[in-house]
Ligand binder design. Structure first.
Ligand SMILES: C[S@@+](CC[C@H](N)C(=O)[O-])C[C@H]1O[C@@H](n2cnc3c(N)ncnc32)[C@H](O)[C@@H]1O
Length: 219
């Protein structure tokens, strides 16, 4: 599918798919949304503890990049696994402006995150280990491995099959007990699918421009 780079309301870029009228991040602000959903309501719960994170939809690597930055600030050690079937191309990455939104000392990590090999563990900083797996979400079979899942698939409108009981069962199995899944979405059918596989689910205030988001916990 054709992909274009666009600028969102907070000045940070994202990728847009015209055929689906769908973007990789909120048009209200890509970085703003990523911080709200994944850092504030996910990663920050684990401050001071080592944390293993699974990202569903590695995409531009923005979530990995900001997690690396926050891990460094909080001195938290992170094992980060990003799953993605259709990696972003180098020529697309060159047009994303994420680096210059952050302090100079961190900028080169964005490139390193993308240049490291897929299918192996890469030590990016002394407290950030990254594994990128090129695979379909449908083929995931992790068990009791992660503390936190960033569930960042395209929206229900375009890929309803990824917001199903079948996929959330895989997410539930991938988490350790007390593990947490956060996502920008808040649709009732999504909440019900999460409840059906055994999650406890909270509705939280959404990122700017969105009313609510969901956080699910494996008890
Ligand atoms: C909303 S975007 C992810 C945004 C990403 N977290 C970021 O910060 O750039 C959804 C991602 O899921 C990927 N994707 C879509 N369907 C998939 C599937 N069935 N299995 C694996 N990846 C898929 C897309 O290629 C896209 O990168």
């Amino acid at each position: 599918m054709e992909r274009e780079i666009i600028t969102t309301a907070d000045g940070s870029s994202t990728i847009f798919i015209p055929q689906w009228n769908e973007s990789y991040h909120s048009k209200h602000g890509a970085i703003q949304e990523a911080y709200h959903v994944f850092i504030k309501n996910g990663f920050s719960l684990f401050e001071g503890k080592p944390v293993s994170i699974l990202e569903i939809g590695f995409g531009t690597g923005l979530n990995a990049f900001i997690t690396l930055i926050e891990a460094n600030k909080l001195n938290t050690s992170v094992h980060y696994t990003g799953v993605e079937a259709f990696p972003v191309l180098e020529k697309e990455l060159n047009h994303l402006n994420y680096c210059n939104q952050f302090e100079k000392e961190y900028q080169h990590y964005f490139t390193e995150i993308h240049q490291t090999d897929w299918e192996k563990e890469n030590l990016i900083t002394s407290n950030f280990i990254l594994t990128k797996n090129q695979m379909y979400f449908q083929d995931i079979s992790f068990e009791n491995q992660f503390d936190l899942i960033y569930f960042d698939a395209f929206g229900f409108r375009v890929q309803p099959e990824l917001w199903s009981v079948e996929i959330f069962k895989k997410m539930y199995d991938a988490l350790k007990t007390n593990g947490v899944l956060v996502t920008y979405a808040c649709r009732t059918s999504i909440k019900n699918a999460m409840l059906e596989v055994g999650f406890s689910v909270e509705k939280l205030p959404g990122a700017p421009g969105k009313r609510e988001m969901l956080r699910a916990t494996k008890r």
